[in-house]
Design a protein around this ligand. Sequence first.
Ligand code: OGA
Ligand code: MN
Length: 187
Amino acid sequence: LGTNGWFLRDDFITPAQVAELRACAARRLQAGEFTPARIGTGPAAQRVEDIRGDAICWLQEPLLPAETHWLAQLEQLRAHLNRELLLGLFELEMHYARYPPGGAYGRHVDQPAGSRARRVSLVLYLNDAWAAQDGGELRLHRDTEDALDIAPLAGRLVGFLSERQAHEVLACRKERLSLSGWMRVRP
Ligand code: OGA
Ligand code: MN
């Protein structure tokens, strides 16, 4: 993250934890807690399915045990990043994101207009047995090199600097589940 502005770590969580978090997501889905994602913020927010096809569910109280554990792991990561990179990361927001087959998210940067609070973007993937033909790669755009395509494999954590890293989600051919979030500085 400090050198290139992004990082990738496989097996950030165990297969057992992936299964637990998938079960949490399934439960919240059944409870009707997922809502279609929107683009833009405040009154300007709108649903444009061609640009952003996922449904999201914010991680908020009451949390399930596996979710509490996951947030504690991220808390360690936050402390580590602050120690090593002096980023002043203060808090975390995170949501599940579920793309149906055909879903995608066009090229964007993760900072809503008018706010520079989001500094580090994180995505943890929860997709078992994901094959190349399933698509759904995270594409990181780069200035001088070819874009980098990252498959959404279970247990894989990707992070990047929110402010400068343009990225997109390529269309997937089967359901694609993740936890995405942002570490923020004080507003
Ligand atoms: C996002 C996003 C990337 C991914 O939710 O803003 O870009 O790979 N997610 O799911
Ligand atoms: Mn994004």
